[in-house]
Ligand binder design. Structure first.
Ligand SMILES: C[S@@+](CC[C@H](N)C(=O)[O-])C[C@H]1O[C@@H](n2cnc3c(N)ncnc32)[C@H](O)[C@@H]1O
Ligand code: SF4
Length: 417
């Protein structure tokens, strides 16, 4: 499995050097010179734990959650205070876990962020369907949240059963969303579940759009090795047919593809915590991507709080990128949006894309993965499938390995990918 990712890494970075993560880290993060900076805050609490889920999370207890949020406020303050004035950032996303469980303290967190940053494009937050009720939505909106994402997974009971989740109360959800509207209401759906058909997936998309969503994320099921899930992943051919099928269906219905896995029913509906050139992450397991480094915070809630109490950053591991490694990272995540403007590459790296990866982009066009129109690269249906397919390898070879270690060790010695 990792041979594919290793060979691609060696080829594109023009080096045999692995991605090496070590515990040494910067106490002062150099984010001042980053344009298009995004913010991410992780809230690692859920009412109950789903067996298939790889994210950093633990069962909600009010006392632990309060202690965690006190530490989180301190981390935001410590990082924010290293910059003179308020730094302009694009957006703030709350992910988890289930950040809506912290609704009562959300305003406090957003107020602290606003003391140090100017958010230009809005605030997004993830909810479990059980939290989509009028009083909670009102509280989120009053705190400044403009976009929400709801973890539906499937509207079909048989798939909810397979995933160990409860039936979604679509009536209660729709009423709450009508009473308290948001700019973007995104719903997460999982596809490639055992024996799932294209028709069922199309029904899920329509049910989402018919019950308050103006954006959907259609994620392929990923079988992480460290989770307790007993579900078997679908074969490559079946997955390919489902991904192409649902993409063609959405495009034929006039929905706009906003990234590899997301579709919008309305023009301005966007929800993406991933496609950022650089971002600062706060909280357990949160990652930070800057000009030449990527760092990831400890996954342990207790160790996180301890580090903050010692006046230190909760960084567990950092990788210092070579220039080519940073370029590969940039290209991978920019292409997630299915479009790439070579001028953005030139602006970020000060060198032309042609000079660094001209041959690879010609090859990608010859293979039918990309099309160039008016100077911009667009991913084809074929390209999107292979990107998705490669992303699966990347997730299993890199993220699975890294998170598998980090959930057991708060501060690992070293990880090589
Ligand atoms: C943090 S959860 C969303 C909010 C809330 N915790 C919930 O579950 O409703 C993020 C999303 O990741 C997706 N996800 C989780 N585990 C996955 C897996 N093994 N494969 C694919 N997608 C997964 C689900 O669609 C889930 O809604
Ligand atoms: S899918 Fe959502 S609710 Fe389930 S464990 Fe993961 S973060 Fe928690």
């Amino acid at each position: 499995m990792s041979i594919i990712t290793d060979l691609t890494r060696d080829w594109l970075t023009r080096s045999l050097r692995p991605f090496t993560f070590t515990p040494s880290y910067d106490e002062v993060l150099p984010y001042g010179d980053c344009d298009n900076l995004g913010l991410y805050i992780h809230i690692p609490f859920c009412r109950s734990i789903c067996s298939f889920c790889p994210y950093c999370k633990t069962v909600y207890r009010k006392e632990t959650c309060d202690r965690y949020i006190d530490a989180l406020l301190e981390e935001i303050r410590n990082v924010g205070n290293t910059y003179q004035g308020r730094k302009k950032v694009t957006s703030l996303y709350f992910g988890g876990g289930t950040p809506a469980l912290a609704h009562a303290r959300l305003k406090e967190i957003i107020d602290e962020v606003n003391r140090h940053f100017i958010i230009t494009d809005g605030i997004g937050l993830e909810l479990h369907p059980d939290d989509v009720r009028e009083p909670v939505l009102k509280e989120l909106k009053e705190a400044g949240v403009t976009r929400i994402s709801i973890g539906i997974q499937s509207f079909h009971d048989k798939y909810q059963d397979i995933l160990g989740r409860r039936t979604v109360d679509i009536k209660a959800m729709k009423e709450a969303l009508e009473a308290v509207p948001f700019e973007t209401v995104s719903m997460d759906l999982i596809f490639a579940l055992p024996s799932q058909t294209l028709y069922e997936l199309e029904e899920d998309v329509e049910t989402a759009f018919g019950h308050g969503a103006n954006h959907v994320a259609v994620y392929p099921f990923i079988d992480f090795t460290f989770t307790d899930s007993k579900l078997k992943a679908m074969s490559k051919q079946e997955k390919h047919a489902l991904l192409d099928g649902i993409t063609n269906y959405c495009l034929a219905k006039g929905y706009q593809r906003t990234s590899i896995w997301t579709f919008a029913k309305e023009k301005n509906a966007v929800y993406s915590s991933m496609t950022r050139e650089s971002f600062l992450g706060f909280g357990c397991s949160a990652a930070t991507l800057l000009r030449d480094q990527f760092k990831i915070n400890t996954f342990s809630v207790d160790e996180y709080c301890k580090r903050i109490a010692e006046g230190k950053l909760p960084t567990s591991l950092t990788i210092r990128f070579t220039r080519r490694q940073r370029m590969v990272y940039w290209l991978f995540w920019t292409l997630y949006s299915t479009h790439l403007d070579p001028q953005d590459f030139q602006r970020f790296f000060g060198v032309s894309l042609d000079q660094m990866y001209g041959a690879e982009f010609i090859l990608a066009q010859l293979l039918g993965f990309l099309k160039k129109e008016q100077g911009i690269y667009h991913m084809t249906l074929r390209g999107a499938f292979y990107y998705h397919y490669y992303e699966n390898y990347y997730t299993l070879a890199y993220i699975d390995k890294m998170w598998g270690i980090m959930r057991l060790e708060a501060f690992p010695e070293r990880i090589e990918l």
